[in-house]
Design a protein around this ligand. Structure first.
Ligand code: PHE
Length: 441
C-alpha cells in the first residue's frame, strides 16, 4: 500500500511534462460546472487560523472569465504560505534545502556560487511564463484546462516553479532557488492534492568554463566535455542534497524528458526497501536560455516536490494533513527539526458510491473530464474526501453509452463523521455531477 502510494506520488511531481500518463486533450465542461459551484459549502473552505500571506485574496482567482475553472476551495488555499511557516514540515524542508545550498558557497569544495533565494512570487503566472518560455507546446496535455487551473485564457495558477525560471534568468540572476505553492488538477488520494509545493534550483556555469563549447551545433554540444561537466555538477550537487536530507543514501539516475532541459534526468533514492523518484532535472535547453536573453551562458535546473520529501522524512501518511490547522498536528513540529509524526487519530472512513452515464440519455458522445468530477467532490466536501476510486466502467453493448462508478471515501483527520452529514454531502455531489452533463444511475 505504502509502496504503491509512494510510486504514485513520484509520478505527481513531474508527470505533467511527460507524454505518458496523459489522456489526449478534451474540451472541458468546466466553465459550466464551476459557475454553479461558486456557492460552495462550508466544508470545502475551512478558514485558515494561521496568518495569511499577501496572495490570500479569493477575488484574485475567482473571476468571471469563461475559461476560469478555479473553485472556491482552490482559491482558499492560495496564500496559505505553508512553505514560509518555520515550524511547518513544508517550511522545515524548505529551510533544510536552502541551508544545504548556502553551505555550498562556504564549504571547502565551494565554487563560489551564491544562490539567490526567491520564495514569495505571485502564484499567478502567464501562459508565456509557465509554458511558452519553457518550450511547452500549445497542444501539450499539461496545458489543457482539464489539468490546469486557469484564471483567464492567458493567466493561470502556476503548475510548477519552473514558471519563474525565465524571468530570473532574464533579470541577470546566475544561480537561484525558488520555492512556492503550485496547482494541478489531479486525482484524489493520500498522496495527491490539487495544491503542493516545489523548490526550483538553477545554476549557470561561468563563461570561462564553457569557452570550449562556443560555436558547437546541438549534436556536438550534447557530446561535449562542457555539457558533461554541467551534468556532473548537477548530479553531484543533488546527490549531496539527498545525503544532507536523508543521511548517506543509495541513489540512481534515470533518463527522463522535459521540454526545457536536454539531457533530462530523474533521481531515485532507496528508502524503506524501495526506489522512489524524488526529483526531475537536466541541462537547461539552449532555446530556454535564448528566450531569456542568456544565450551566452549554459547551466542546469532541477525541480522537486516538498510534500513528497516531507511525507518520507516526517512519515506523514496523508497529504491533506499539511493543510490542517489542528494543534495536535502542529505542536509536533519545531523549526529545524525532522521528527517522526505520531498519528493522533484514525477515524473510520465512510464509503459512498456514485454511478452515472457520462452523457445524457439522448447521446453517446460525451465530454466527461474526470478532473471536473474530482473538483466537484473536493469543492463540495473539502478535505473530508480522502480518496476517489473508479471501481467500475463499461459501455452498454446496445446503446453505446458509457457508465462509470466511483467509490468516494470520506474521512476526517480530526473527528468522527456522522452518516447524516455525509449523506447530505453525497446528495450535493450527485446534484453537481449532473451539471457535468452526466446522468445519474
Ligand atoms: N518542472 C518540472 C516538474 O514540475 C521539474 C523540473 C524542473 C525538471 C527543472 C527539470 C528542470 O515536473
Amino acid at each position: 500500500m505504502i509502496q504503491l502510494a509512494s510510486r504514485r506520488a513520484a509520478a505527481h511531481i513531474s508527470q505533467q511534462w511527460r507524454c505518458k500518463n496523459h489522456l489526449p486533450h478534451r474540451k472541458t465542461a468546466a466553465a459550466a460546472t464551476f459557475s454553479t459551484l461558486k456557492t460552495t459549502t462550508p466544508q470545502a473552505c475551512t478558514p485558515s487560523l494561521a496568518p495569511l500571506g499577501k496572495y490570500a485574496d479569493p477575488s484574485r482567482y475567482l473571476q468571471p472569465h469563461p475559461n476560469n475553472n478555479i473553485t472556491p476551495h482552490i482559491a482558499s488555499l492560495v496564500g496559505r504560505d505553508l512553505h514560509l511557516r518555520p515550524s511547518h514540515p513544508i517550511g522545515i524542508i524548505r529551510s533544510k534545502i536552502q541551508e544545504y545550498f548556502a553551505s555550498l558557497s562556504t564549504s571547502s569544495t565551494a565554487d563560489g556560487t551564491t544562490y539567490k533565494i526567491f520564495d514569495a512570487e505571485d502564484p499567478i503566472v502567464t501562459t508565456q511564463q509557465c509554458f511558452d518560455d519553457l518550450r511547452i507546446p500549445p497542444d501539450h496535455p499539461g496545458r489543457a484546462p482539464s489539468d490546469t487551473y486557469y484564471i483567464t485564457d492567458t493567466k493561470l495558477l502556476r503548475t510548477h516553479t519552473s514558471a519563474h525560471q525565465s524571468q530570473h534568468l532574464r533579470s541577470g540572476v546566475d544561480a537561484f532557488l525558488c520555492c512556492g505553492d503550485v496547482y494541478r488538477r489531479d486525482e484524489i488520494d493520500a498522496t495527491h492534492y490539487p495544491a503542493f509545493h516545489q523548490m526550483e534550483g538553477v545554476k549557470l556555469m561561468s563563461t570561462e568554463a564553457m569557452i570550449g563549447a562556443n560555436g558547437l551545433n546541438e549534436e556536438e554540444w550534447l557530446q561535449s566535455p562542457e555539457c558533461q561537466l554541467i551534468e556532473a555538477d548537477l548530479k553531484a550537487t543533488l546527490e549531496g542534497l539527498m545525503d544532507h536530507l536523508f543521511g548517506p543514501t543509495k541513489k540512481r539516475w534515470n533518463e527522463d524528458f522535459f521540454p526545457f532541459t536536454q539531457p533530462s534526468f530523474e533521481l531515485e533514492i532507496y528508502h524503506n526497501d524501495e526506489w522512489m523518484e524524488v526529483l526531475g532535472c537536466g541541462v537547461i535547453h539552449e532555446q530556454v536560455l535564448y528566450l531569456s536573453n542568456r544565450s551566452d551562458r549554459r547551466g542546469w535546473a532541477f525541480g522537486l516536490g516538498l510534500e513528497r520529501l516531507a511525507m518520507i522524512l516526517f512519515k506523514i501518511p496523508d497529504i491533506r494533513l499539511f493543510w490542517t490547522e489542528d494543534e495536535r498536528f502542529h505542536r509536533q513540529f519545531k523549526e529545524g527539526k525532522i521528527v517522526e509524526f505520531q498519528p493522533y487519530s484514525k477515524f473510520p472512513p465512510v464509503f459512498k458510491d456514485i454511478a452515472f452515464w457520462t452523457s445524457d440519455k439522448h447521446t453517446t458522445s460525451d465530454n466527461f473530464v474526470e478532473n471536473d468530477f474530482f473538483d466537484i467532490v473536493r469543492s463540495t466536501a473539502g478535505d473530508l474526501v480522502e480518496r476517489i476510486e473508479l471501481i467500475d466502467s463499461f459501455t452498454h453493448p446496445k446503446t453505446g453509452r458509457s457508465s462509470r462508478c466511483y467509490r468516494i471515501s470520506y474521512r476526517s483527520m480530526d473527528r468522527n463523521l456522522t452518516n447524516e452529514e455525509i449523506d447530505e454531502l453525497q446528495f450535493k455531489v450527485r446534484d453537481e455531477t449532473s451539471t457535468l452533463g452526466c446522468q445519474l444511475r
